[in-house]
Design a protein around this ligand. Structure first.
Ligand code: TEU
Length: 548
């Protein structure tokens, strides 16, 4: 909700586009199904690019659509430079890129350098080549341990556990008595880890980057960016917890010094192009360590994972925000904000139940868009989609299959129409066959209540509010009220009023308590919900405040 207040001219800023960017994350298989097979695809995305452009965002991050057996919904890549037929063709991608650019949208792709699919030709060649072959040096093939004098390599080489649960090792050829090597996979057995200590791996991926950069792709989101190098010798972990997950920088696996040279090389490569290509890291580490990946000669951005998963708690937001600001001052890059993605529970469910959670999610998204740095919106977040309790029989997440949580609940196809036909408009057309195909994940009852067509008719909807917030944010950058030098001074005032001062002229306020609170002095330029008659913030409201 925009409030009359204008903004003092402070002259144009010279921020790089990505420093003020709002990026929309698309999970293609759940965005729009163009051919009626129940799975989202590039044709469907092309048809709905104008919708994304209508949000006023600067670009789109596409999660993987490259050829893959889909063991981990595409994060098991078997060809880094292709398009899986499930999503369409390379011609479809070229059309998508051209249309996006014509709409003023930049396109970021996902690159998955930590591991590939076990169906990748180079891994298949390694399996066939056997122990001691150069082909196996591209991956981590290691002789196992023996549980007794008369057994051989019946135990994995170390005690590392997979992020998805269970061992992080599988036998290369379980039935062979001569090939007794195991291979490392920090995720599923269908995702063997590359051996980044072999220079051939780095050369391989620089060719992958050139392929997409040459096509005009504007940047890359780098999957599990901090985990490429493992400690030499692959020693046992101190405990049998997943060795790469969580915000601790695990010296055994993630956050090894050698990985920074990779990103210095990638930054030099990215800057050979005009405009420079963007590098965005999934660096799931605490702020001080994650910020090292965004030094001026490495990545441009790294998601503020310490913030991404937070619940509704003012003190924690202030504590994490302060850590992120300290890291920014140390290494120079503003945080890259997100509250949702395809891996975590929807914020409406993390912040409370039903209406309360939805109200807080709306306030949190408005607050996020007022913070200094780039902001990412995950598809459906602009609609207020809640987490879906996908029926057990319909769950497909390999994390669930290996005993972990299921991430399917945040991956359910988007509702485009209130009308339930064609899965609320997720599918654009009936399939060639005479019977409609069910979507790859079922949508819940009431899903149409969040639909795009419903919210586009309501000026007070979350969708309308997000569009207004993004538009005002852009204006404030152009007017110079927002600058690339803005920081973040966080504090909590009485009544759990969370404040983030990005400059002496602007702050974000979030009413995270249970009572109405009076906002700080200044002009309220924007708020997630209408202010109370006395100008106070009701619980679960957020405001952007200008100070002269
Ligand atoms: O996620 C890396 C990662 O750490 C997540 O697996 C997270 O820990 C997990 O989802 C629990 O929340 C990236 C991708 O975003 C994810 O979708 C892939 O499954 C994973 O890498 C493997 O490529």
């Amino acid at each position: 909700m925009t409030h009359d207040g204008g903004t003092p001219p402070r002259g144009p800023v010279t921020a790089e586009w990505w420093q003020s960017a709002v990026i929309y994350q698309v999970y293609p298989r759940s965005f729009t199904d163009g051919n009626g097979d129940g799975v989202g695809d590039l044709a469907g995305l092309i048809a709905r690019l104008p919708y994304i452009a209508s949000l006023g965002v600067d670009g789109v991050w596409l999660t993987p659509f490259q050829p893959s057996p889909q063991v981990d919904q595409g994060y098991d890549v078997s060809d880094y430079c292709g398009v899986d037929p499930l999503f369409g063709t390379m011609e479809d991608f070229d059309r998508l890129l051209d249309l996006a650019h014509s709409l003023g949208l930049r396109i970021l792709l996902d690159v998955v350098p930590n591991h590939c699919s076990s169906a990748h030709p180079l891994f298949q060649e390694a399996l066939a080549a056997g122990p001691g072959s150069p082909e196996r040096e591209l991956f981590h093939f290691v002789e196992g341990r023996s549980s007794s004098p008369d057994s051989r390599s019946d135990l994995p080489p170390n005690n590392w556990q997979s992020v998805f649960g269970g061992r992080a090792w599988s036998r290369a050829n379980p039935d062979s008595e001569t090939d007794t090597e195991w291979y490392l996979h920090l995720f599923s057995a269908g995702q063997p880890d590359w051996n980044w200590r072999n220079p051939a791996v780095g050369d391989y991926f620089e060719n992958v980057l050139r392929f997409w950069f040459d096509k005009g792709v504007d940047g890359l989101r780098i999957d599990v960016a901090h985990a490429l190098f493992k400690t030499d010798g692959l020693p046992d972990a101190p405990s049998e917890s997943p060795v790469v997950d969580g915000l601790r920088s695990n010296p055994l696996v993630s956050d090894q010094e050698e990985v920074h040279e990779v990103y210095r090389r990638w930054r030099r490569l990215a800057e050979k192009y005009q405009p420079h290509r963007l590098l965005v890291g999934e660096v799931n580490l605490e702020p001080a360590r994650a910020a090292r990946y965004t030094r001026r000669d490495e990545m441009h951005q790294a998601f503020a994972f310490a913030f991404v998963r937070l619940g509704w708690d003012a003190a924690t937001w202030a504590e994490v925000g302060t850590e992120l600001e300290a890291a920014r001052k140390l290494h120079g890059a503003a945080p890259t904000w997100a509250l949702e993605n395809h891996d975590i529970v929807r914020s409406a469910n993390r912040f409370g139940s039903a209406e309360l959670g939805a109200r807080r999610a709306r306030a949190a998204l408005v607050a996020l868009l007022g913070l200094p740095g780039s902001a990412y919106i995950y598809q459906g977040q602009e609609l207020g989609l809640p987490e879906v309790d996908v029926p057990v029989a319909a769950r497909v997440d390999p994390m669930w299959a290996r005993g972990g949580v299921t991430r399917d609940g945040a991956r359910v196809p988007l509702p485009w129409t209130q009308d339930a036909a064609l899965t609320h408009g997720f599918t654009l057309q009936e399939p060639a066959a005479d019977s409609a195909v069910a979507p790859w994940l079922p949508v819940p009852a009431g899903w149409g209540d969040y639909a795009v067509d419903l919210q586009e008719q309501d000026p007070g909807s979350l969708l309308a509010t997000v569009k207004d917030a993004v538009a005002l944010r852009r204006r404030l950058w152009e007017d110079g009220l927002f600058t690339a030098d803005d920081g973040g001074t966080w504090r909590v005032e009485a009544g759990n009023l969370l404040l983030c001062e990005r400059s002496p002229h602007f702050l974000v306020a979030v009413a995270m308590g249970t009572e109405p609170v009076k906002p700080p002095a200044g002009v309220v330029l924007f708020s997630a919900f209408p202010l109370a008659e006395d100008g106070w913030l009701q619980p679960g409201n957020a405001a952007w405040i200008r100070r002269n």
